[in-house]
Design a protein. Sequence first.
Length: 382
Amino acid sequence: MTRLSKAILFIAAIILVTLLISGHTSAQHCDNDSPCPSEICDDQGNCYPRIFQATNEFQVVKEGQDIPRGLHVRIDFATGLKEAKLMDPDDSSDTSVIILDEENDETTYIPESFLDSSAQRVLKAPSSVGNPKYLANVGDDDLFDACVMVLADADTTSVEALQALEALEELTHQIDLGVRFAEGEGMEETTRWLESTDPAVKGRVAMVISAAVQNNPTAQRLATINGLVERLVKNMYSETSDAVTEERLIYALSNLVRGYPWAIRRLLRDLTLENRLLYVYSNAQRTAADELTRRTATMFTDILDPDMGGLNPAAILLPKTWDDEDKLDNQDPADVAAKVRYVLESWQNAFDETLEWRSTSLDTKEKVVAAVETIKGVWEKV
């Protein structure tokens, strides 16, 4: 990705939160039956031409204006302000874009034809005259693509990744974009940042995952099929130095499995997953990580309580299936029951030990007690 293309997309990403609050300005639909008017008028009655009228000097591109080809277009990297002027006689006839990065005191030039389609959509989005920082016509799908492209670029810094992830977190709260993410559009580009050495970046990846799968059954199914349960547990197991990151990862895992039977069975019947989770939990007790303890206890209460979307003992022992696909588990039912009892007993012991720690807060103890009581009720019936 060129620096300019990345810069344009990055501007789109970092303004997302404001766009979500203020709403998007929809472009007017025009055709032969309903031609667009030649002028645009604002709420105060001030009117200006729909087609941008260029001169030899840079002028602000106003809200809703169309930019003719063959102009110099300038976008301020810091504010998003867009300006245009006539080409100099010695320049190419192709539209040229200029990106200003005042923070780094850099200016980059590139012809429009060099930009990919996502970057060109951002280029054509008009900036707001009243508040030129906002590119009002950028759609959520465009912003999603922009964030993914930034995260996929090998040259992206941790600071840039963090801002793109923050924007992506806001986007994936939407059901359709959460599904897009879970089915693979952006998941790999995002989860690769779990290998970052920056705890803030890793934690933000977990928040993106949480947003994508929370209360989104389709996203839960797709993410589980794509191995996200294993990926999260693996990263929790390898991340031992930062309690906040681990807490966010367990929160993401909880959102991923809650209310989804296949993922719950997977979690309760895979000894590798359970041993890794138990290691993370035990380590949290040594570091007095109350939040991770609460999250873990709540997760087990939820997945074992049918009233919270969890499974009853009989459902836990059912053959593992991919929803409506008839793929039976070849394990002997008695072996499955023994494995589940082992897992439940291991967690009950771990939670019992937590209750013995004097440093454990009252709120945490209440959640751990609830988990212990729930586990006991299930264990006796397995």
